[in-house]
Design a protein around this ligand. Structure first.
Ligand code: FAD
Length: 418
């Protein structure tokens, strides 16, 4: 990237991007480009990983420069790389590795991740629970220069199509629950000895994105550890912090707000202009409860980008450090449910039926099922409310009977209840 530097003035950067975006990114009216191909295009021109250091494949700039780039792309009506896979890799795992990885780890993993060549996912939730992430029972045992991984994870989004998973596992069973965990990179290639990845059927009926993984004594080089042994909880906290930010479209996962109209004939569940059109078409636009639901969606559509912009500005100024992503993630995921509720009201029964046997995902019925998942992914709404109350409002912490006990003792006590 010519002239890139951490101190490059935003005005200068915008001028430089404007020409490049106009010349290179496809317009939104063109057929949707493969997000990974777009990410590679950005990387090869020096516009991927804008706030990441140049030595690890980034542009060596700041989050404000990233915001400026994506805002400009939307203003110019251009497509940007988007979608869950890149959000997880670039917006969540990338900054986590950047913060906790050694120089060798960052040099090895970050360029491929930022280019979209290697897709990463998180391996945190286990069959016995997701909210209680620190209760992980997947076992990681040091063996000379290697580690041996045994156990299982579930609800991992996109594991079957990814290259690496960042896995939280227990290295010390005598330490208190949060202090005996480590984070390690696991290659997800089907040829990895001891690894089985199984897709799970979703509530919408598709064999979707969810996977369950089984680790049967997988041998991993010790260089795959992200951060020191037994500080995995701190790494997981960083990961969740970036997850909530990315889901809320702030921080490293910021990709701007697409406020363009849907193309003629297309329909996006929950988009206000489409909702009004459908309500008119079906003659329910004078129905007061439908009007109220659409008005609520309109308000959220206006407020969400403003809340995000406020937090992004606060992050740049240093006034919004900490768990503000939880507030935005809660707002966005609950608003998503309201959006599909309004869509169902506007569409009536037509919203849940379609021609043919194939499951169509772009309709209010399946969107309603999917929207519920957003209030669980990245920590449930109840967990976000706990975080907001404890870490933003300073209210007392949730009581715990496990504090200070070794994890083995926690397990013994749990078993005596079961
Ligand atoms: C769309 C989607 C994508 C996901 N992707 C991934 C992924 O890529 N990788 C991954 O590791 N996991 C992933 N998950 C799993 C997700 O992190 C968990 O579903 C989530 O953390 C909740 O865990 P659980 O489902 O085990 O529910 P539980 O933890 O069993 O919770 C059940 C209910 O109890 C409530 N609850 C639990 N503890 C408390 C508490 N202390 N206070 C108040 N209420 C509480 C919860 O809010 C919830 O309503 C995904 C989930 C979804 C829906």
């Amino acid at each position: 990237m010519s002239g890139a530097s951490g101190t490059e003035a935003l005005s200068e950067f915008r001028r430089r991007c404007q020409n490049w975006i106009a010349a290179n990114l496809p317009p939104k009216s063109a057929p949707a480009e493969d997000p990974v191909a777009l990410q590679r295009l950005l990387f090869d021109s020096g516009y991927a990983g804008i706030p990441f250091p140049e030595e690890y494949g980034g542009a060596g700039l700041t989050l404000e420069h990233q915001q400026a780039f994506y805002d400009l792309a939307h203003e110019l009506g251009r497509q940007v790389p988007s979608g869950v896979a890149l959000m997880v890799s670039v917006g969540m795992l990338g900054p986590t590795i950047l913060e906790h990885g050694s120089h060798e780890v960052k040099s090895r993993f970050l360029p491929g991740l930022l280019r979209g060549d290697d897709l990463w996912i998180q391996l945190l939730s286990e069959p016995r629970g997701g909210s209680d992430m620190a209760g992980a029972r997947t076992r990681l045992v040091r063996d000379g220069d290697s580690y041996v991984l045994t156990g299982s994870k579930m609800w991992s989004t996109g594991a079957h199509q990814s290259d690496y998973g960042l896995c939280l596992a227990r290295t010390d069973w005598e330490a208190p629950k949060h202090r005996g965990l480590s984070m390690i990179a696991v290659p997800l290639a089907p040829t990895t000895p001891g690894l089985v990845v199984q897709q799970t059927r979703s509530a919408d009926g598709t064999m979707g994105e969810f996977c369950e993984e089984f680790f049967d004594d997988i041998v991993l080089p010790s260089e795959n550890l992200i951060g020191e042994e037994n500080i995995g909880w701190a790494v997981a906290q960083t990961l969740l912090f970036h997850e909530r930010n990315a889901v809320a479209n702030v921080g490293y996962g910021y990709i701007g707000w697409d406020q363009s109209e849907s193309p003629a004939g297309a329909y996006e569940p929950g988009r206000v202009s489409d909702l009004i059109g459908i309500a008119r078409q079906r003659g329910v636009d004078q129905n007061s409860s439908v009007r109220q639901l659409i008005a609520d969606v309109f308000i959220e559509e206006a407020v969400l980008p403003l809340s995000s912009a406020r937090v992004m500005t606060g992050m740049a100024l240093g006034t919004h450090e900490g768990q503000w992503g939880s507030l935005l993630k809660l707002q966005e995921s609950e608003a998503a449910i309201e959006r599909v509720r309004a869509a169902l009201a506007a569409c009536g029964a037509e919203g849940v039926i379609w021609e043919g046997d194939d499951i169509e995902l772009d309709n209010p019925g399946t969107s309603w099922l999917l929207a519920r998942g957003g209030t669980l992914a990245g920590g449930s709404s109840e967990m976000q409310r706990n975080i907001i109350s404890e870490r933003l409002l300073g209210l007392p912490r949730e009581p715990s009977v496990e504090r200070g006990l070794s994890f083995n003792e926690v397990l013994r006590r749990q078993e005596s209840f079961e």
